[in-house]
Design a binder for this molecule. Structure first.
Ligand code: FDA
Length: 407
């Protein structure tokens, strides 16, 4: 039976990064993962270029039942620390949009870099290697008084003083996501905030969506919000119409905050004084409403929206100079305060992340150790979920670093 100082379950972003740092601190580290390949999510992220951090990362970019929990780790390993590591490995990168950093070449560069850091730390990696059972031994089988873990894997049984769970959330089971982290938490009586799909497209009842399905593929900048009057959260991002509902960065962001059964509100013309412009057109033009509207919003949206007038008891399929003020006001109101209630989301099959997870009240914000001695949780398995834009990888690096320092 082999003995390690640390066993890390999960060779994803958090696990590999933590392993490299811990190994280089002199610890004997084993990483196990049931997948054949490492870090599949890094590989497919950011359209193959991995949006590996965000320069503007701060605690406000994360959701958690305990919003202060992520502060310490984020302040001790920053986006600048990670870009310094990239520079050491000569990985080229660039800023794309709102502080989001991407690889110039390929996400593979990040994986190669993490594996090189693991090699520098003498990290052992077993893949594919399933975890069959994990037991806690109150005293070490090696004659010391320290406790340890016995891990029964498909490649044999190992002992370790510290066990780091970096097995991620439930998103994309097809590439290896499992509920192992939550099961382990429960095994050791640690609370778990109910997981839910986040950063995910929202779907609607097929009949209700039918008039909008023809807009599939249309993308436009919007303002989108959800929540009650007291606690509204809003994003100004692009929206994408799909056959089944709404997607695009704005919708993915809002999906993390959306509560089932509640509406989302959209302004589909956030950069235009829509009513003012339509009223001006009414005074000066004889064109069809749809044609005037097409100068203010995408023409496909203008065409579709004006056919909805029947449902709203307005005739929007007529020359604009013949439209009543009331009809134009209703048109502008509909487009700028569109309120709809999703029936669900595309779920874990498509979600970029899983919100919820191991409850941070059971974890140290300094080291990620749980109240079960020697058991640590890092990365997405923890109830800390970032916005879209590189924040989730920054959490993986920062929580992995904090953990490695505390082992
Ligand atoms: P991660 O999921 O990376 O790794 C967990 C590892 O544990 C996996 O290798 C898995 O095989 C292994 N594992 C699971 N169960 C196991 C078991 N039972 N036994 C053994 N091993 C097990 N974020 C971001 O910041 N920028 C971006 O550009 C993107 N883009 C993006 C695109 C897509 C399509 C997705 C799905 C996600 C993103 N993300 C992202 C989110 C980001 O990928 C995610 O938050 C991190 O990968 C989380 O890192 P972890 O190491 O915690 O889990």
């Amino acid at each position: 039976m082999e003995k390690f100082d640390v066993v890390i379950v999960g060779a994803g972003a958090a696990g590999l990064f933590c392993a490299g740092v811990a190994g280089q601190l002199g610890l004997k580290v084993l990483v196990v993962d049931h997948s054949k390949t490492v870090a599949e999510k890094i590989r497919i992220s950011g359209g193959g270029r991995c949006n590996f951090t965000n320069l503007d990362t701060g605690p406000n970019n994360f959701l958690s039942d305990n919003p202060r929990f992520c502060r310490s780790a984020l302040s001790r390993y920053t986006p600048r620390d990670f870009t310094a590591l990239l520079q050491k490995h000569q990985v080229g990168f660039h800023e794309k949009h709102k502080g989001q950093l991407f690889c110039d070449r390929s996400a593979e560069d990040i994986i190669t870099m993490l594996l090189a850091e693991c090699a520098l730390g003498g990290v052992t990696r077993w893949q594919p290697c399933g975890v069959k059972n994990i037991g806690f031994l109150a005293s070490s089988p090696y004659g010391t008084s320290a406790s340890s873990y016995e891990i029964d894997t498909t490649q044999g049984t190992v002992h370790c003083a510290a066990l780091v769970v970096a097995s991620g959330g439930l998103s994309i089971p097809k590439i290896g996501a499992t509920d192992l982290g939550y099961r382990l938490a429960r095994q050791f009586d640690l609370p778990v905030v109910t997981p839910r799909a986040a950063l995910v497209a929202l779907t609607f009842d097929a009949d209700a969506w039918a008039p909008f399905a023809q807009l599939s593929g249309l993308s436009l900048p919007v303002k989108i919000e959800t929540g009650s009057k007291k606690s509204t959260i809003a994003f100004a991002e692009d929206l994408l119409f799909t056959h089944r509902g709404l997607s695009g960065p704005g919708v993915l962001q809002i999906s993390s905050y959306w509560q089932a059964g509640t509406p989302i509100r959209l302004n589909l013309a956030p950069n235009t004084q829509l009513l003012q412009q339509l009223s001006h057109a009414k005074a000066t033009s004889r064109k069809l409403i749809a044609n005037e509207l097409a100068a203010l919003v995408p023409s496909r949206l203008a065409d579709t929206w004006t056919t909805l007038g029947d449902q709203a008891s307005h005739n929007w399929q007529r020359p604009i100079n013949e439209a009543s003020d009331k009809a134009l006001a209703a048109l502008a109101q509909g487009l700028t305060r569109w309120e709809i209630t999703p029936t669900g989301s595309e779920g874990y099959k498509k979600a970029e992340v899983t919100a919820g997870g191991v409850d941070t009240t059971a974890l140290s914000s300094q080291t990620m150790e749980s109240r079960q001695p020697g058991l640590y949780f890092i990365g997405e398995v923890v109830d800390v979920t970032g916005w879209l834009g590189g924040y989730n990888f920054q959490w993986a690096w920062a929580s992995g670093f904090a953990c490695a320092q505390g082992l």
